[in-house]
Structures are given as C-alpha cells and as structure tokens.
Design a protein around this ligand. Structure first.
Ligand SMILES: [Cu+2]
Length: 169
C-alpha cells in the first residue's frame, strides 16, 4: 500500500514539474524599448516555453503594447490586424505548441528590438483545464485502481496527503 502511495506521489511530482509556469518577459528588464537590439532574442534563447505557460509583459499602460503577430509581421514590425494589448501588465497564455511572435507597436520600439519569437513545446491537450463541473461518480468497488482523468484533482489532493503520510514512515 505504501509503495502505491509513493508511486502516486512520484507521479504527482512529475505532474507538478510539467505544470504551467508564469514567465516574466525580459526578466528584470521587463518589456521596454531595449538598449540593445538583442535583448529579447537573448532572453528568449535562455528560456524554454511549454503549452500552458503564461507570458507576463510588464510595462506602463500605453508606453508599450503587445501584439501577437505572424512571422511576416514579426519580420516587418507590422501588427497587421493583430490584437494590440495596451494595458500593462499584459498576460498571454501559450495555448498551443509551435511558434509565437510578439512585438511592441509603439514608435520604433520593434525596430529597436522590442520583439521576440519563441517555439512552444508540448501538446494542446496539456493546457486543457481540468473540468471541475463534471459530476464525480465514485466507484467504490474499484477503489484500488487508478482514478479516471476527470478525478485528477481529487487524485492530486489524495496523493499529496498520501505523499506526506509516506514521508512520515
Ligand atoms: Cu515599446
């Protein structure tokens, strides 16, 4: 029994490891008109991005913007008809795998390097929120087996407690 708890706890820790992260764009520099054109490309190269992660663009409202653009828009510093976020901070969830391109649309900021491209790894399903409104159907006769996916949050809580219990022994 204790072994099962430990296995469950390990699964939970792995799950926690792949849980969405909040990532501050530019780290301490925040989202600025960069002093060097490589600031954000360097920043992006130093980070990894996974589906479900949230990018936080820290800036004073109206001093900068955030637009998620196409690759062509990124190259040309042209937002086209992309949504332009003007309120700081702006948070953008990376909701799919693949390439994302971000620019600031204020003045020559983008030309100065206030832009970056990232490649997001993972699967779209990984970011799907756990449904909380689904009816939970307990299966008492099947208590020993792995719980089905909709019970994942219950599984999480129970396993965490089990992990603590396991630590005590
Ligand atoms: Cu800007």
């Amino acid at each position: 029994m204790a072994k099962m708890f430990i296995v469950a706890a390990v699964i939970i820790m792995v799950m926690k490891g792949i849980t969405a992260e909040t990532i501050n764009v530019g780290d301490a520099n925040r989202w600025i008109n960069p002093p060097s054109p490589e600031l954000y490309t360097s920043w992006a190269a130093e980070h990894t991005f996974a589906v479900g992660d949230v990018l936080v663009f820290q800036f004073t409202t109206n001093f900068h913007t955030v637009a998620m653009v196409t690759e062509a828009g990124y190259d040309a510093c042209d937002a086209g008809n992309a949504v332009i976020h003007t309120e700081g901070p702006t948070e953008i969830t990376l909701n799919r795998p693949g390439e994302f391109f971000f620019i600031c649309t204020v003045g020559t900021h983008c030309d100065n390097g206030q832009k970056f491209a990232i490649n997001v790894t993972g699967t779209a399903a990984a970011a799907a929120p756990v449904p909380t409104s689904l009816p939970v159907e307990p299966t008492p006769t099947d208590a020993g087996s792995s719980p089905p996916m909709p019970l994942i949050s219950t599984f999480f809580s129970v396993s965490f407690v089990a992990f603590i219990v396991a630590l005590l022994y």
